[in-house]
Design a protein around this ligand. Sequence first.
Ligand code: PEP
Length: 253
Amino acid sequence: MRKQIAAANWKMNCTYQQAESLLADVLNNQVSLKKNQQVIFAVPYPYLIMANSEVAEEENYFVAAQNCYTRKSGAYTGEVSAEMLQSIGIRHCVIGHSERREYFNEDNNMLAEKVNICLEYEITPIFCCGESLAIRDAGTQNDHVEIQLKESLSHLSEVDIQRVVIAYEPIWAIGTGKTASTAQAQEMHAHLRAVLTKKYGSLVSDNISILYGGSVKAGNAAELFSCPDVDGGLVGGASLIAADFISIIKGLK
Ligand code: PEP
C-alpha cells in the first residue's frame, strides 16, 4: 500500500533553539498516524541529529536531509554525503528541489546520480519535479515533467523505483501563495503515474507516493490530498507554523 506523507521542508530557516521548539510543538500534539501515513521533517544539516533523536520514539515520524552530494566522500569542501547521512541514522533526503535546480545548477543528470547514491545508502530520495510558469503558460508542463522523470529516474529497476518518493512542485506555486487547483494537481499526478505505469506497470506505479508541493496550507491540504493520485504534500512555509503543519498532517488520507 502506498504511503500518504506530510513532509515539512524547513529550507534555510530556524535557529537551533527555534528548530527544537517547532519540532516539540508538532510532536507534543501527538497526532497519531494510521499505518499508511508518515510525517517527515526536512531540516537543515546542523539539526539532523537533534531532530532524529526527537522523533526516534514516534512511530512513522522521520527526519530528512534537504540535499546530499553525488560522491561517496573526498575533496568536496562544504558538501555532505549520503554515507554521512546514513551514519547518523537519516533515511530520507530531498533531491532536486527547484531551489537547488535554480540556484545551484542541479540538472537532471546530476539528480540521477544523487538518487543513485541515496539508494546505495538506504536513503529514500524525495525527488522533486515541476514546471515554471512560462512552461505552464506554454501548455508543455506534462512533457517537461515527464523528461525530468525520465532523465533522473527511468534507469531505476522495478524494485528501486518503489524506494523513491516523488514530489510534484510547480515552481509558480512555491512560496507564492498560488496553489495548483485540485484539478491541476490531480491531472499532473495522474500523468506522472501514467508515465511510471508505462515503464514499470501498474502494480509498481500504484505503490509509489506522489506528493504535491506549492503553497500547501492548513486550509487547502485536505482537499488537495483527497485527489486520488495525490499522496500528501511537501510543505514549505506552512510547515514553519506548528498549528498549521498539524492541520496539514490531519488532512492526510
Ligand atoms: C517547498 O519548499 O517545497 C514548498 C512547496 O514551499 P511552499 O509550501 O512555501 O510553497
